[in-house]
Write a protein that binds this ligand. Sequence first.
Ligand code: AMP
Length: 223
Amino acid sequence: MAELNLILLGPPGSGKGTQGERLQEDLDCPYYATGDILRAAVKEGTEVGRAAKEYMDRGDLVPDEVLIGIISDRLGSGEADHGFILDGFPRTVVQAEALDAELGELGRQLTAVVLIDVDDDEIVNRLSGRRVCQDKGHVYHVEYNPPAEEGICDVDGSELYTRDDDRPEVVRHRLEQYHDKTAPLVDYYKKQGLLNRVEGADDPDRVGEKIRTLVSTLSLEEG
Ligand code: AMP
């Protein structure tokens, strides 16, 4: 099967992480969630983590060059040679152009961009109830997707916490950033004929099924 090079696009809290993990299991290819990569760097206290922390705490975007460096290292490492799933990158037109250039140099191109569309009110509602596992970042919601045991991750038994940037005032700022800087990517990828919109307000299983159907079609086309 030809490689699938996919981007998951959508506002914070649209379910990119949940769907990205499922897709990774289906497709067995690397899944790069830049928010998770940055949070791990903050936890480890690396140089990138120290530089990123203040932006993340405010709900601002981390500077483009930091993210472009992170993704370019991974694409150049060989581990993504047979496909990849990107979640949370690109988030600006500058990042999208850098990704196109990087893939072009490697003689590759994107297969598709999946936009998981969810409106702002629903996002605020979702993020206020979101809980994340300490260990691997598995995502839950107190109401819509609760763990079997309150406060504990079903997968690895680690404790669940509320992200600092899921506080309501930071969520509002993150949404502004999304509309300002990331939403222009919808047009950017539409013009390239890569955009596939999926209604993300459904429950996670239904959204997952829609994405799975879409990706199967893409696999057949890429054949
Ligand atoms: P996420 O987990 O995807 O919501 O990302 C959490 C935070 O990490 C964002 O609010 C940004 O501060 C930062 N971040 C993640 N990915 C990017 C990116 N591609 N560009 C800039 N900042 C990013």
